[in-house]
Design a protein around this ligand. Structure first.
Ligand code: SF4
Ligand code: SF4
Length: 172
């Protein structure tokens, strides 16, 4: 090893440091800056509504049956036109997901006949205790843009009789 070798190594190292300092950073300054997710990313669930504000969930429990982690609990109750939550006979009076069990497989989304449960792009899930990991219907349900669209609400009799919407092409 020559007497100048340590100096050469030092200069090479500094060269690399200066080169990297001029390049665009690959890191994100989270939480101020959030990394965009991929199109098929599966994050925190959302319970969707129709455009008229009625809840898409009809309390059928197919998502719970499909869930391999047994993370979903659904309890259904009867709708009336005086107090309507969703189209059709029933709505989910209780809907809970245990996020500690969820493996984000998306089976619940695939099983849902009304496309009510959707895995969104929110990945900010952290809990301070186990109880906070149980996401309730109130936490999961999409907000309404105006107070008249909230559920439950009184609707015209005989209009919202169909639980699963008619689809032009079920393959869509
Ligand atoms: S994403 Fe998978 S594990 Fe999570 S609640 Fe849905 S079916 Fe269950
Ligand atoms: S989210 Fe879908 S599958 Fe689950 S209970 Fe509601 S309507 Fe049924």
């Amino acid at each position: 090893m020559g007497v100048l070798d340590p100096l050469i190594e030092l200069l090479r190292g500094l060269g690399t440091t200066f080169k990297m300092a001029l390049e665009k950073p690959v890191t994100y300054q989270y939480p101020e800056e959030k990394r965009p997710v991929r199109p098929r990313f599966r994050g925190r669930h959302v319970l969707k509504r129709y455009e008229n504000g009625l809840e898409k969930c009809i309390g059928c429990s197919l998502c719970a049956a499909a869930c391999p982690a047994d993370a979903i609990f659904v309890e259904a109750s009867e709708n009336t036109d005086e107090k309507r939550f969703s189209p059709g006979e029933r709505y989910a009076s209780t809907y809970e997901i245990n996020m500690l069990r969820c493996i984000y497989c998306g089976f619940c989304e695939d099983a849902c006949p009304t496309e009510a449960i959707v895995l969104g792009d929110n990945y900010e899930l952290s809990f301070y205790d186990r109880r906070s990991a149980i996401y309730t219907k109130e936490m999961l349900l999409e907000p309404v843009p105006s107070v008249e669209m909230t559920t439950p609400r009184k609707v015209e009799p005989g209009v919202f009789t169909r639980a699963v919407p008619e689809m032009k092409d079920p393959a869509d």
